[in-house]
Design a protein around this ligand. Structure first.
Ligand code: URA
Length: 221
């Protein structure tokens, strides 16, 4: 065998999905955006991060988490998981910047949701770290806030091969930047939890009953 690096190709249809998303006009956020921030990283990764939506820097550069929050995310990924953003895939709940960085509205989240769902299906991660309230409420499917939801691992849904995708909710890095030592320590322990979920190996499909509640509560806190 020749000693060459083999780069995994993007999943079938992923480039087309991105091309379609880049011209999306499914909601009013299309009117104010500079560009769609589809996502970035390795589209074959076992690990995804999902944030809320692009801010000013992301809107200008077309890439997720490139501002101060992103710098913190990069640092904590490296320090707690030993990875860089090239080792995972980073996306957001909404792909266009809400004006004045307001929260995305429920109809904007609904309009954008198929892009995220299809990204998750195509990438097929084993673990998704949800950053903050929007991503955590949407994917964990709960009305509970992040302070209550974090600290546990939640089953999301089974991939076609039966592996159940695990959700690890944590604080949004912007909240950590505002909140100081306590949220920082909790986010660090959540990232350790995500690393453990990754290294624990694939979780098998457990059927609907197994998708009902959290597991591993407080495993690394
Ligand atoms: N905040 C987010 O939620 N996503 C980004 O891409 C940047 C900041």
């Amino acid at each position: 065998m020749p000693a060459v690096d083999v780069i995994d190709p993007a999943p079938v249809g992923f480039v087309e999905l991105r091309d379609d998303a880049l011209v999306c006009r499914r909601c009013r956020l299309a009117e104010g955006r500079t560009q769609v921030v589809f996502g970035a990283g390795d589209p074959t990764a076992d690990l995804m991060f999902v944030g809320e939506g692009p801010g000013a820097q992301e809107d200008l550069q077309g890439l997720p988490f490139v501002g101060r929050s992103g710098q913190l995310l990069d640092r904590l990924m490296a320090e707690e998981m030993g990875i860089t953003r090239d080792d995972c895939y980073i996306a957001n709940v909404v792909k266009c910047r809400p004006p004045d960085n307001r929260d995305p509205s429920a109809d904007e989240v609904s309009a954008c949701r198929p892009w995220l769902e299809t990204q998750i299906d195509m990438i097929g991660p084993r673990v998704i770290v949800t950053l903050g309230n929007f991503a955590s409420k949407l994917l964990v499917d709960t009305a509970d806030g992040i302070t209550k939801v974090r600290g546990s691992v939640y089953p999301y849904r089974a991939r076609p091969d039966g592996v159940v995708v695990q959700l690890v909710p944590t604080f949004h890095p912007a909240a950590v930047l505002r909140g100081g030592a306590d949220p920082m320590a909790k986010m660090r322990s959540d990232l350790v939890r995500a690393k453990q979920a990754l290294t624990a190996g694939p979780a098998g499909a457990t059927g609907p009953a197994g998708l009902a509640g959290p597991t591993g509560s407080g495993a690394a806190s």
